[in-house]
Ligand binder design. Structure first.
Ligand code: SAM
Ligand code: DTB
Ligand code: SF4
Length: 346
């Protein structure tokens, strides 16, 4: 391993005529895999220092966004994603349920708001929604939006008109992940192409919504494949506004159940590299925080993470208790986006 690396790309890159939706001064589309690998290979403290510099430049207020997840339609999914407890073909403890009723969803959104959440993300275990599903989810979006929360949904692949209908209902963000690098993808998923994912993301953009797109690390990919995955996200034009980085939660019954855990410092490096390559994105610590523990999460915030999934349940797996998260943020002296908003209003 080299002692030091020369990164030819400047950290704060030159202003480009191709200003993106995130504002001018950041360009998408120029990261090569070797450049991203060179970031990964920096001495650890140097990488964190650079990530923190980028973070402070673009998020001087340093707040942390809280996003709450709700599984509005659980299990029974026809896809074969090797990490997923909701795929019908794997023998997991997840029971398939039908789409939740509007009232139940709104009750959950009210509770999320009362607990201090900024964003409410509705997830459905579908390959793609049917048009009649879109109508039902649109009613949920309208209701959640009326509560004053940011709205997000993750419902699988979308056609352009479906994306437009969700946008018209008030959907702010659509989550659809690339999940990993293109060359590792087939080791994990075979029922959907990488290009299908890119197409859905472009339909979401064309409909005028913000993109939430990230993936999972710790599935057995190599560092170069992780670098290729981050480069792919950063080279989306524009890059996503939200970047969820999930740490694989190995679930019994799935093909990845016995995957050995990834080195936690490599996870921190991944967060830092995402921060440097996507300077204005909200980089979200997503699945796997229970396994990471407090010290590693603290390093992730130092590396530029500024969003978490908040609430004791992700979709089907556990997440830290809300009180535990608020205590950790308080101990680290990190304000939540919501508390900063409240200070301004007072
Ligand atoms: N069915 C939709 C889809 O696949 O787009 C939406 C829900 S899906 C569960 C959303 C994301 O959750 C996946 O793309 C994956 O990144 C993440 N995920 C699912 N199971 C996971 C696990 N066991 N560990 C970490 N992340 C996971
Ligand atoms: C994302 O990237 N992570 C969230 C959200 N988008 C929908 C989902 C994590 C799911 C973890 C496994 C589960 O709880 O079923
Ligand atoms: Fe289905 Fe989404 Fe799970 Fe894949 S990740 S099996 S598409 S619910």
């Amino acid at each position: 391993m080299p002692q030091s690396q020369t990164i030819e790309k400047p950290l704060v890159r030159a202003e480009s005529p191709r200003a993106n939706a995130l504002g001018s001064g950041d360009v998408s589309g120029n990261w090569t895999v070797p450049q991203v690998e060179a970031l990964f290979a920096l001495p650890f403290t140097e990488l964190l220092y650079r990530a923190q510099e980028v973070h402070r430049t673009h998020f001087p207020e340093g707040d942390v966004e809280l996003a709450t997840l709700l599984s509005i339609k659980t299990g029974g999914c026809p896809e074969d994603c090797g990490y997923c407890p909701q795929a019908a073909r794997y023998n997991t403890d997840v029971k398939a349920n039908k789409l939740m009723d509007l009232d139940e969803v709104l009750d959950a959104a009210k509770a999320a708001k009362a607990a201090g959440s900024n964003r409410f993300c509705m997830g459905a275990a579908w390959r793609e929604p049917k048009d009649r599903d879109i109508e039902k989810v649109a009613a949920m979006i309208r209701g959640v939006k009326a509560l004053g929360l940011e709205t997000c949904a993750t419902l699988g692949m979308l056609e352009p008109l479906q994306a437009k209908a969700l946008q018209a209902a008030g959907l702010d963000f659509y989550n659809h992940n690339l999940d990993t690098s293109e060359d590792f993808y087939r080791s994990v998923i075979n029922t959907r192409d990488y290009q299908d994912r890119l197409d859905t993301i472009s339909h979401v953009r064309a409909a005028g919504m913000s993109v939430c797109c990230g993936g999972i690390v710790g599935m057995g990919e190599s560092r170069v494949q992780r670098a290729a995955f981050i480069a792919r996200l950063a080279n989306l034009s524009p890059y996503p506004e939200s970047v969820p980085i999930n740490h694989l939660v190995p679930v019994a019954g799935t093909p990845l159940a016995d995957q050995p855990p990834m080195d936690p410092l490599e996870f921190v490096r991944t967060i830092a590299v995402a921060r440097i390559t996507m300077p204005k994105a909200r980089v979200r610590l997503s699945a796997g925080r229970q396994e990471l523990g407090r010290a590693v999460q603290a390093m992730c915030f130092q590396a530029g993470a500024n969003s978490i999934f908040y609430g004791e349940q992700l979709l089907t797996t556990g997440n830290p208790e809300a009180e535990e998260d608020l205590a950790l943020l308080a101990e680290l002296g990190l304000k939540t986006k919501q508390s900063m908003k409240a200070e301004v209003t007072v």
